[in-house]
Write a protein that binds this ligand. Structure first.
Ligand SMILES: NC(=O)c1ccc[n+]([C@@H]2O[C@H](COP(=O)([O-])OP(=O)(O)OC[C@H]3O[C@@H](n4cnc5c(N)ncnc54)[C@H](OP(=O)(O)O)[C@@H]3O)[C@@H](O)[C@H]2O)c1
Length: 316
């Protein structure tokens, strides 16, 4: 009989949840079973998880009843929301509430809520260094998650608030990789000045989450911030230059220029980078690399991540 505890994973076919599903399946201690949540169990991604050994179930964060069913009988739950699919902070909050309610209903013993900072605690809406967006946010996709923490804590759930961080994978999948400037040189563009940006390989988020589950009660009731490294734009550009064998420069621009780029979410991202730039000390302090490595000993540095992913970096 299989008596292992089960971890139910939201976003299991995506970056964060997918990393956790694979980390659980590859765990040499085989400590947990994994139940992967998807909205469609017939996709190639879902079928691949079945092949790898996951239980795959259908649920939707917009549908509380489906979550209650999916969470039933699981020891742990990994909860994440999907801002970039809908751009709605209100929807993120409703989805977070539904996952908290489902965990309460199912009597989940350890919940990890993948969250971010409510930036308004450091830069209130009255502070005009950056524009207020959507009427009540500074960085909507951060603030909504941070604000939603209370859905988990108000219910007295055994929760770890996991403060995640910029995925280096954004250089591959989010259009942030090196691009040719008017001078023909490759450049990465971020409004970070000379400040450090904490980042991580997306797959390391799941591996770190597994470390939190494996630590038992240690991180219940705690906030854990993770990162693979804290690097300046120049350090990241130098890393790209090394693996691409070409000059890559760091193009630091004012946040207001970034906000004006016009792509969906540009203002949100501009404010996000400005927050990280202006509150570098607080933000870096809240993402502890050594703690992350203790949770996940195979944590990648940026250079190691580049070595593994250089062929995937899109260059025009
Ligand atoms: N990019 C970054 O640097 C970064 C850093 C920190 C935090 N974040 C946050 O990470 C979150 C996204 O996580 P991710 O990157 O892991 O996502 P992702 O890779 O885009 O994965 C999307 C996943 O969402 C699932 N999904 C979408 N809508 C769903 C719904 N209504 N119900 C159930 N599942 C749903 C999809 O599964 P199916 O299609 O199989 O159902 C898919 O597995 C965002 O909120 C973002 O703000 C991003």
């Amino acid at each position: 009989m299989n008596t292992k505890k089960t971890i139910v994973v939201v976003g299991a076919t995506g970056a964060q949840g997918g990393g956790l599903v694979r980390a659980i399946l590859n765990d040499p201690d085989h400590e947990f079973n994994v139940r992967a949540i998807t909205r469609d169990i017939t996709t190639d991604k879902a079928k691949e998880l079945v092949k790898l050994g996951a239980e795959v179930v259908k649920a939707d964060v917009d549908d509380l009843e489906s979550l209650k069913k999916a969470f039933q009988g699981a020891y742990g739950a990994f909860c994440v929301t999907f801002f970039w699919n809908h751009f709605s902070p209100e929807k993120e909050q409703a989805n977070a509430k539904a996952m908290a309610d489902a965990a309460k209903y199912a009597g989940t013993k350890h919940v990890i809520w993948s969250t971010l900072d409510d930036t308004r605690k450091l830069i209130p809406l009255t502070d005009d260094r950056m524009p207020t967006l959507m009427g009540k946010y500074k960085v909507p996709h951060f603030d909504a998650k941070g604000e939603a923490n209370h859905y988990f804590t108000d219910l007295g759930l055994p929760v770890t608030l996991l403060n995640t961080v910029f995925y280096w994978d954004n250089f591959i999948y989010f259009g942030l990789g090196p691009k040719k400037g008017p001078d023909g040189k490759l450049a990465i563009t971020m409004p970070m000045g000379d400040k450090k940006l904490p980042g991580i390989a997306a797959a390391d988020i799941g591996k770190s989450a597994l470390g939190i589950f494996k630590a038992g009660n240690k991180y219940i009731g705690k906030t854990v911030g993770i990162a693979g490294e804290h690097l300046t734009g120049k350090q990241m550009a130098d890393g790209f230059a090394r693996v691409l064998g070409k000059e890559v420069v760091y193009n630091s621009i004012p946040p207001e220029v970034y906000r004006s780029f016009g792509f969906p979410g540009a203002e949100d991202m501009g404010n996000m980078f400005q927050f990280k730039r202006d509150f570098e000390k607080e933000y870096c302090k809240s993402r502890d690399v050594e703690l992350t490595r203790s949770l996940n000993p195979s944590l990648l540095t940026f250079d190691k991540w580049l070595d593994q992913n250089k062929k995937l970096i899109p260059l025009e």
